[in-house]
Design a protein around this ligand. Structure first.
Ligand code: 5CA
Length: 445
């Protein structure tokens, strides 16, 4: 992709409305634009990141046996009247009526709708286990939308819903999602700590939030520093092996970790030696719930069990804040010069900087490399503008692509390009004809 043909409306000045670094950087790099309080357009650079995050979430959900579908953003009020949540949800729910004055709402979540689908089509225990998910926009009329996409009113969520015959099967479904979440965040370069959580308007009695640490997080958290020593890499798992899955969950839930609402100071002091007690701020990037028959009962989702008796299904719901993650990743990974994208979610892998646009040799070398990289399947943004070198450097650091290739007359004389790693600024001269392969190897590693 040539920058001259891309749409990258970078702002020179820090926007005044942005209180936290991720919001500031998302606006400055032209990733998003606010349309109304808590409602954003995702411009091409931001949209590429959103799609990358979504792809990782989708891959891990599919691996864990969940099935993707798509439910609409608008829902009939009648469904919510049946579960009793139409009134409970209060002012956070955006209520709409159509030309026939039928009551609709913009979905804040989908327990009712998915349970109604299952009630209609699942009659036998032989159709279980079932886990259905979608990645869809939600609307919650938050009182204080703030911090950009972190607390929006319209936001993108992945929500999965499990349905099982017995409590035991339901808990295994919950555990599978728990492990899938660990893998999902790890694949984005994040450490998300699972913490026992309150269930709020979703309900149930078993619930965990996944939080990443950041000073600007909205939740106060307390945890055992031993979490820092855990192996967060994407470990392999057989999701059908109940014991193995339960073991991972146990491993990540025995150490103390709690948000403010669930924090027990006495237990914290008793279980965690003083030097290992950590308190700080966290961003909630996911939340999972197990609530048994809370929705299946009012919505009539029941099956015939193996003994011929009718039972209500055991279900849970599992959310990931897809759009919030774009901001959360920036909170966790930036420096004074700008964003530092972890490669799996970066909008492009590599930025090519032509130091002297219009110089025949520089142009030719950049064009050739641009083509080679694209042919090798490397996602590249080639800064082919006539801007000054200094401006190109600043902009490339700001948008934070993992690698930069700098091509100028001096290096060309020696047949080399300078390759810079954004994360630590490490630089190396690489022979021009080897650059594409050199990068391809490092991007695969
Ligand atoms: N039905 C359940 C699970 S599918 C549910 O709605 N859970 S939730 O309310 O906890 O939301 C799931 C995730 O969506 C949260 O962990 C958070 O990461 C994200 N989220 C919630 N509200 C917002 C918001 N206002 N802006 C951005 N992301 C949000």
């Amino acid at each position: 992709m040539r920058l001259s043909r891309f749409f990258l409306p970078v702002l020179r000045e820090d926007p005044k409305e942005a209180e936290i670094v991720s919001h500031r950087l998302m606006l400055r790099t032209g990733m998003i634009r606010q349309e109304a309080a808590g409602i954003y357009s995702w411009l091409p650079l931001g949209f590429r990141v959103l799609k990358k995050i979504e792809a990782i979430v989708r891959r891990e959900m599919d691996r864990a046996g969940a099935l993707e579908m798509l439910m609409p953003t608008l829902q009939p009020a009648e469904l919510w009247q049946r579960s009793g949540r139409y009134d409970d949800y209060g002012k956070e729910m955006l209520r709409i009526s159509d030309r026939h004055e039928r009551d609709l709402l913009y979905g804040p979540t989908n327990e009712e709708m998915v349970t109604d689908i299952v009630a209609r089509f699942v009659q036998s225990y032989k159709q279980l286990p079932l886990n259905l998910y979608h990645i869809q926009w939600k609307f919650r009329d938050e009182i204080r939308p703030r911090f950009g996409v972190m607390r929006g009113r319209e936001f993108l969520m992945k929500d999965a819903y499990s349905f099982d015959l017995t409590r035991e099967d339901g808990e295994h479904a919950y555990n599978r999602m728990f492990v899938a979440y660990l893998r999902t965040y790890a694949a984005m370069g994040l450490k998300a700590i699972p913490m026992r959580a309150e269930t709020g308007p979703i309900g149930g009695n078993l619930s965990h939030e996944f939080l990443i640490l950041a000073d600007t997080g909205e939740s106060q958290v307390y945890f055992d520093a031993a979490f820092h020593e855990k192996d967060w890499r994407s470990f392999s798992i057989d999701y059908d092996d109940r014991a193995a899955v339960a073991k991972v969950v146990e491993e990540f839930t025995t150490m103390y970790a709690a948000t403010e609402e669930m924090h027990d100071a006495a237990r914290f002091e008793q279980e965690v030696p003083e030097e290992r007690r950590v308190s700080g701020r966290g961003i909630e990037v996911g939340h999972i719930f197990f609530f048994g028959d809370k929705y299946t009962k009012p919505l009539g989702a029941k099956v015939l069990g193996p003994d011929g008796r009718e039972v209500y299904l055991q279900s849970g719901s599992y959310g990931i804040g897809v759009s919030r993650l774009a901001g959360a990743i920036i909170e966790a990974s930036h420096d004074d010069a700008g964003i530092i994208w972890p490669q799996p979610v970066a909008p492009f892998d590599v930025g090519v900087i032509n130091l002297r646009q219009g110089d025949a040799a520089c142009d030719a070398a950049c064009e050739k490399l641009h083509t080679e990289l694209e042919n090798a399947g490397v996602e590249v943004l080639y800064d082919d503008t006539a801007d000054r070198a200094g401006e190109k450097f600043t902009r490339m650091d700001l948008i934070g692509l993992p690698w930069q290739v700098i091509i100028g007359p001096r290096g060309l004389k020696e047949g080399v390009a300078e390759v810079k790693r954004r994360a630590d600024g490490a630089r190396e001269n690489v022979p021009l004809e080897q650059v594409a392969e050199w990068l391809r190897q490092r991007l695969q590693a």
